[in-house]
Structure formats: structure tokens, C-alpha cells
Design a protein around this ligand. Sequence first.
Ligand code: PLP
Ligand code: COI
Length: 351
Amino acid sequence: MKITMASNKKPKPDFSKLGFGKYFTDHMMVMDYNDGEWGNIEIVPFDCMQMSPATNCLHYAQGIFEGAKAYKTPEGEITSFRLDENFARMNRSASRMCMPNFDVDKVMNGLVELLKFEKDWIPTNEGTSLYIRPTMIATDPMLGVHASHTYKFFIILSPVGAYYANGLKPTKILVEEKYVRASIGGTGEAKCMGNYAASLLASEIAISKGYDQVLWLDAAERKYAEEVGAMNMFFVIDDEVITPELVGSILPGITRKSAIELLRSEGYKVVERRISIDEIAKAYDEGRLKESFGTGTAAVVSPVGVIGYKGRDMIINNNEMGTITNELYTKLTDIQYGRRDDKFDWVIKIN
Ligand code: PLP
Ligand code: COI
């Protein structure tokens, strides 16, 4: 692996005030696809990338990405969480977007080297981690709409704190009734760039109304709860934990999958099924909607305190983090940060 060291190392930011995705480490991993195959992995200084203004991904959004995290355990070990799942999902996204698959072991080796290199950038303050952003873009400099013949794969690293500015304070979400994020047969289950651009207008409108983000409904009937901008959703009704099933328009979250496994192993009944917004509102009216939370790599486990629907706010659990949400948050982060035995074999040791 070719490694080019950065001539100037950047000063590290204040790890107690990181926010999300604002700072980047000194190096990145790159790999190019030409003539039908991926080339060698290189580690190079983190820098701007030169490209033609006609570059395919800039016009037609043939691009995908992933989100994962690295941690430093109390013993100083560098670890990560279920990276194999991220790279498998990235290859599925690539297939959906007509992009080439890559060798997971090869990319994993490159990432391990990059993480070892940048280990001083892994923050250890409560709730912080080193966010890993693998990205693949189409690089043909041509305006015809076509699947590119050349691609760039890169991984950048960013020390992060909580994704939401309010940390673990419950979020306020608005049910989106006009716009949709994805429909069955579309690209909703791929982690592709255009999905996020398509979601911005509804998010901005929700923010202007005092909400943090939107809860998407299914595109066909505007009836079933799907997911929130950067997280999968869970609703605790009576003694059941319900999460929308993966019907094809929802991102199959790795934190979602982990939450289901973890909660089941703790004896909770977790059901994956379609759940309509009217069923959620009815359960709320009958006092049976006990908790709601979202899961995601960036969002971790985020309590939902308010769901706005048809002009009224449903205030869940007194706008406080519920017991199941809290138990899941604690047990999952204890595994991720190496404070609890990892009986699921999710943690990957880097050094
Ligand atoms: N849904 C969307 C649209 C997302 O962007 C994310 C974040 O990756 C998630 C759900 C949660 O997925 P994961 O738990 O794999 O991070
Ligand atoms: C993640 O949780 O890793 C995401 O990709 C969400 C986001 C910041 C778009």
C-alpha cells in the first residue's frame, strides 16, 4: 500500500466541542476504478480533489456512501463496530446504482491502516468517536446520462460528538404528509446521495415549524411510518417494540438490526411490521404509546419526545427518554465503547 504522509499535521480540534462532521483527519484512503478494475489502495493527505466540472457524479448523483465509527476503549484499544455489514451494504448500494462492487477484505485492510495512522484523532470524551465515511463516486467527465466507466472510492475520517445538537434530549419530529423520500422500486434501500438531496425540502420546512426532522410515510398511500432522515424508527406500544419492516424503500440500518438483536436477547418482544401513522396516533390517544426512538450510526439511539401529526403534537413519555430507550442506549454504547462484554461478536479490533 502506497502511503504519502501529509507535510503539515493539522492542530486537533477541542474534542469536547466537536459537533458532527466538521473536522477531518490528516489523511484519507483512495482507490480508483479504471478499465474494468479497482486499482491499488493508497493513503494520501486529506485534500481537495480535482475534477472536471463535467464529472458524472456532480450532475447525475451516481454516488453512494456509508457511515461507521471507530472508538478507543478504556484500555486504549482501537475498535470499530460491524464494519463488515457497512461494506456489504455499500456493495448492495453500488449494484443498485450501477457501480462496480469492490473487494471487502482489501478495503477493510486499507481502512485498518488508515485508522492506525490516525489513532490520535479518536476522541475519548463521553459520546464522541471517529466517524468513518466511505464514499464512491462516478468520475467520467461526460454529460451523457450513462453509468460511468471510471470511479473513485475514498474514505475520510472525522472526529465527532453527538449528531443532534441537543445530544440525548428527545427530538421533535413532524410526520411528512406531502413529500416522500422513496418509493418501492426506487432507491430508498440504497445509501445513495440523491436520497438525501430529495429529503432536504421537507426537513427545512419541518425545521422552520420548530421540529428537528421529519418522519417519512410510505410513498404509495402516505399511511405507513417508514424512517427519519438519518435513522430507523421504533415505537413501544404496550409491551411490544415495533419497527417498520424493510419493504424496499427503507434503509436497512445496521444499528436497527443490532437494536432488534440486543432487545430480543434482553427478553423484549420486537416486531418488524408495517405500522400506520393512524395506529400510532390511536395508541397515543389510548395511552399505549410508551416510547419512541430512532437508531443510526450517527444518531446512535435517539429518544423521540414529540411526534407532530395533523396539527397536533403527541408528547411521548412526558418528553423524556423512556426506560427501554435508555437500556438500549446504555447496553449498545457499552458494547461499542468496550465497557461491556460483546457477546454478539460485533466489535472489530483494529490494533
Ligand atoms: N436511515 C437513513 C436514511 C440513514 O441515513 C441512516 C444512517 O446511516 C439510517 C437509517 C441508520 O442506518 P445505520 O444504523 O446503518 O447507520
Ligand atoms: C450515518 O448515520 O452514518 C449516516 O450516514 C447518517 C447521516 C449523517 C447522513
